[in-house]
Design a binder for this molecule. Structure first.
Ligand code: IPM
Ligand code: MN
Length: 352
């Protein structure tokens, strides 16, 4: 297969983790006779420097034309105080919106031989759930502003029935192929948008009689994720709650650096690790490339390349079993560099 992949390395550790991912994708291409063409575009702080805009039209164009987008991460403390629309993160939000990537899928899987989680080991056995986070609506994209000379600020949280329905359907379909349970996380005791989510999701659930549906308030859910993580299968939630719960859930896995994600729209999709740009680690060859590599494998699954996806996952599992790991998930003395982890996985695939 020929696939055109739009690549955005972004800021901080982005270029380092993307480099390892492309190495791994190339080893897959050689093994299975695929042609992956990569086209790099700027976003985030590099785009601010070059174009005065964190998400230039040219980048959006490249992404819309490609078969998929592979995204590193963005964020640069130097620009934290830029005006609205001009922070690196605003570039990412703009791209998600322009590509209509409304369904963000974040799998939370605990690898049995990692022990950096502060959560008790017996609670972590067989934890395997997926967060379905709505990604183009809610408080992130509602009107925002200030008045009274800047002394009063507001962010408007808004959802439509159709925005909830389209991700709701995807979550139920995913549950059918798994443990058949959907947990809607909201704050329906307080928020009107949450009450609409409940109404719409309840209605969808009638079309899926085999799925067990559960409703949790977000404050309770955030406690249950730590105290009782095995009980989850698909967590369905809005943009803001999904953002917070995914960082929290990463604690179960030992490191945020391990988490991949897929952002799906009607026509296009983007694949990016859940972690941020981790500026303190930039250029040190210590960043964990696995979140990005696993995002690459989710991309292959989206292309229908299931064998290829599985082999990357097998390689990642093997690297962890063999303790070829970066310092966020293993003792510093035993740790490998970003490059070494990428090389190990590349070689594992080659030798299969
Ligand atoms: C994420 C990130 C982004 C978000 C930031 C960088 C805007 O935290 O993808 O989880 O809040 O969505
Ligand atoms: Mn986040």
């Amino acid at each position: 297969m020929i696939k055109n992949i739009s690549v955005i390395e972004g800021d901080g550790i982005g270029p380092e983790v993307i480099k390892q991912t492309i190495k791994v994708l190339n080893s897959i291409a050689i093994k299975y006779g695929h042609n992956f063409h990569y086209k790099n575009s700027l976003a985030g702080s590099k785009a601010i420097e070059k174009f005065g805009n964190p998400m230039p039209e040219e980048t959006i164009d490249n992404c819309l034309k490609a078969d998929a987008v592979l995204f590193g991460c963005i964020g640069e403390p130097k620009y934290d105080h830029n005006t609205r629309g001009m922070r690196p993160e605003d570039g990412l939000l703009k791209l998600r919106k322009k590509m209509n990537l409304y369904c963000n899928i974040r799998p939370i899987v605990v690898f049995p031989n990692l022990d950096k989680s502060p959560v008790k080991k017996e609670l972590l056995n067989k934890v395997d759930f997926i967060i379905y986070r709505e990604l183009t609506g809610g408080i992130y994209f509602g009107e925002k502003g200030r008045y009274n000379n800047g002394k009063i600020a507001y962010d408007y949280c808004i959802y439509s029935k159709s925005e909830i329905e389209r991700i709701g359907e995807m979550a139920f379909k995913a549950a059918l192929l798994r443990k058949k349970k959907v947990t809607l996380v909201d704050k329906a005791n307080v928020l009107e948008t949450s009450r609409l989510w409940r109404e719409v999701i309840k209605k969808i659930s009638f079309d899926y009689p085999d799925i067990y549906i559960d409703f949790l308030y977000v404050d309770n859910a955030s406690m249950q994720i730590i105290m009782n993580p095995q009980k989850f299968d698909i967590i369905l939630t809005d943009n803001m709650f999904g953002d917070i719960l995914s960082d929290e859930s990463s604690v179960l896995t030992s490191s945020l650096g391990l988490l991949p994600s897929a952002s799906i729209g009607d026509y296009k999709s983007m694949f990016e690790p859940v972690h941020g740009s981790y500026p303190q680690a930039k250029g040190k060859n210590i960043a964990n490339p696995l979140g990005c590599i696993l995002s690459g494998s989710m991309m292959l699954g989206y292309f229908g390349m299931h064998k290829e996806k599985n082999i990357i996952e097998k390689a990642v599992k093997n690297s962890i079993e063999k303790k070829i790991c970066t310092q966020d998930i293993i003792d510093l003395k035993l740790s490998s560099t970003t490059d070494e982890v990428g090389n190990y996985i590349e070689k594992f695939i080659k030798n299969q």
